[in-house]
Design a binder for this molecule. Structure first.
Ligand code: NAD
Ligand SMILES: O=P(O)(O)OC[C@H]1O[C@H](O[C@H]2[C@H](O)[C@@H](O)[C@@H](O)O[C@@H]2CO)[C@H](O)[C@@H](O)[C@@H]1O
Ligand code: MN
Length: 441
């Protein structure tokens, strides 16, 4: 079998060790000859980079491995770039969440004003990564799951329409895993129909390979428990805020019981509830910094101190095996069916062709083929149109350096109550993001 060369952009990410362990666990399906980590923060990456060097020497001594901050070294001779960068890191995520809350508005990483601020920061870095990839390895594919994926995907559509970039989110993967637990199956047993935008969608069918429909059975469960299941496979989802989010899905379902909702709709359907249940001085960013980030970096330091990974191994990010499924689909033309973020072009029949939507697709060596999801009802269509327009306005505001358009984007967000509040939040966000955003006029 062919062996592949991979660069992970955002090498210092809390997800990097889990993904590397997952790759090691999947070498029989997806052989790797070279693995590189790339980050623009040398100090942060070096901690994970060194610990992974020790781990890989023990577990895959033949695999070539480096970690680097040099773009040429990172992007030369690579087949795949797995991208999970966070422009501004957790310090800025914390502000994305806390600034809107100060104004009584949802403070969230990818939804509402927080997602808009993060989007404005991410576009430049993502485009730079794509350009580096194309400069040094023109045939390389980027599998991007850097957030805010909806805005990043729209920016790629507008600014780099012909680049080999596939945008994917793990939320549909994670939720289908929960659904499979509810009905006593595995995700591999199921094919779904789904429509929406990233972090803004609905499942319309969950079938097994014999064509049996499970949506009614899952709905009965979600009506009572949301997506809370007895089996927890990833530790961060034991955190109180994620438990609460999965439980809240029952109230999302109540709004339109025909379809099974993406949990992120909570921020749009129940913003008042979200604000009332948020602590403006301790948000999800704090929970992650005190939890996942500490845990991953302290494991890395332990491995370095001991000089061996034995006894303090990183855990396998088994949920991230969708990345291998996606890379294999491209590499071996498997026509894997996965929910992806793609340009609509008729996949949702009564929605704009040029909207970046989230739908099931077949993936082969030529890229992604979206599957037709038919027409969608007015309620969901109207919500999606409002939200996709927010995303488009953010990208336009970035390109044109337009204060007006960013104010419109914030005003249009369903999470923001008025143009006045939108302006107040915008002015605070501009102040906080001076280092990252283009100047707005
Ligand atoms: N789409 C999904 O489903 C999904 C799931 C999980 C995480 N994510 C995303 O993955 C990313 C990483 O998350 P995290 O919590 O581990 O964050 P993190 O802050 O731990 O890691 C991000 C890393 O990116 C680096 N970075 C920032 N700008 C860079 C650039 N221009 N070039 C190279 N490296 C750069 C940072 O230095 C940092 O080490 C985030 O964007 C997060 O939202 C997406
Ligand atoms: O608050 P965080 O940093 O813990 O998570 C934010 C991310 O949440 C989603 O990803 C989940 C995913 O839904 C779940 O199945 C599992 O794989 O863990 C992921 C990380 O917690 C979301 O899709 C991402 O875009 C967010 O970055
Ligand atoms: Mn996501």
């Amino acid at each position: 079998m062919k062996e592949f060369s991979i660069v992970i952009a955002g090498g210092g990410s809390t997800y990097t060790p889990g993904i590397v362990m997952m790759l090691l666990d999947n070498l029989d399906r997806f052989p790797i000859r070279t693995l590189k980590l790339y980050d623009n923060d040398a100090e942060r990456q070096a901690v994970l980079g060194e610990a992974l060097a020790i781990t890989l020497k023990e577990k895959a001594p033949d695999m070539e491995y480096i970690y680097t901050t040099d773009p040429e070294e990172a992007f030369t001779d690579v087949d795949f770039c797995f991208a999970h960068i966070r422009t501004g890191k957790y310090k800025m995520r914390e502000l994305d969440e806390k600034i809107p809350l100060k104004h009584g508005v949802v403070g969230q990483e990818t939804c509402g004003p927080g997602g808009i601020a993060y989007g404005m920061r991410s576009i430049k870095d993502m485009i730079e990564l794509i350009d580096l990839m194309e400069q040094y390895s023109p045939n390389c594919w980027m599998l991007n799951y850097s957030n805010p994926a909806a805005i990043v995907a729209e920016a790629c559509r507008v600014l780099r329409p012909n680049s080999r970039v596939l945008n994917i989110c793990d939320m549909p993967v994670g939720t289908v895993r929960r659904m499979s637990q509810i009905i006593g199956k595995t995700p591999q047993d199921l094919d779904v129909r789904y429509f929406g935008l990233n972090h803004f969608g609905w499942w319309t069918s969950i079938k097994d390979k014999e064509g049996n429909e499970y949506l009614p059975q899952i709905r009965d469960y979600v009506e009572e428990h949301g997506y809370l299941t007895q089996v927890e496979v990833d530790t961060q989802h034991m955190d109180p805020s994620w438990q609460e989010t999965h439980k809240k899905a029952k109230d999302l379902l109540a709004v339109d019981p025909r379809f099974l909702p993406n949990t992120y709709l909570k921020y749009y359907f129940y913003p008042d509830y979200v604000v009332n249940h948020s602590n403006p001085t301790y948000t999800r960013a704090n929970e992650v910094m005190d939890g996942r980030e500490k845990e991953v970096f302290s494991t890395a330091r332990e491995i370095i101190a001991k000089g061996t990974s034995s006894g303090s191994e990183f855990s396998i990010g088994s949920h991230a095996s969708f990345i291998v499924d996606l890379a294999r689909a491209i590499a071996f033309n498997t026509y894997e069916r996965m929910v992806m973020i793609v340009e609509n072009n008729g996949a949702i029949a009564n929605f704009d062709n040029d909207a970046m939507v989230e739908v099931p697709c077949l993936i082969g060596s030529d890229g992604v083929e979206p599957l037709n999801q038919g027409k969608i009802p007015d309620f969901e269509r109207a919500l999606m149109y409002q939200q996709v327009t927010v995303e488009k306005l953010v990208v336009q505001a970035y390109i044109e350096g337009s204060y007006q358009k960013l104010w419109q984007a914030l005003t249009l967000s369903k999470t923001v109550p008025s143009a006045k509040v939108a302006k107040e939040i915008l002015d605070d966000l501009i102040e906080a993001n001076r280092e990252f955003w283009p100047e707005l006029k």
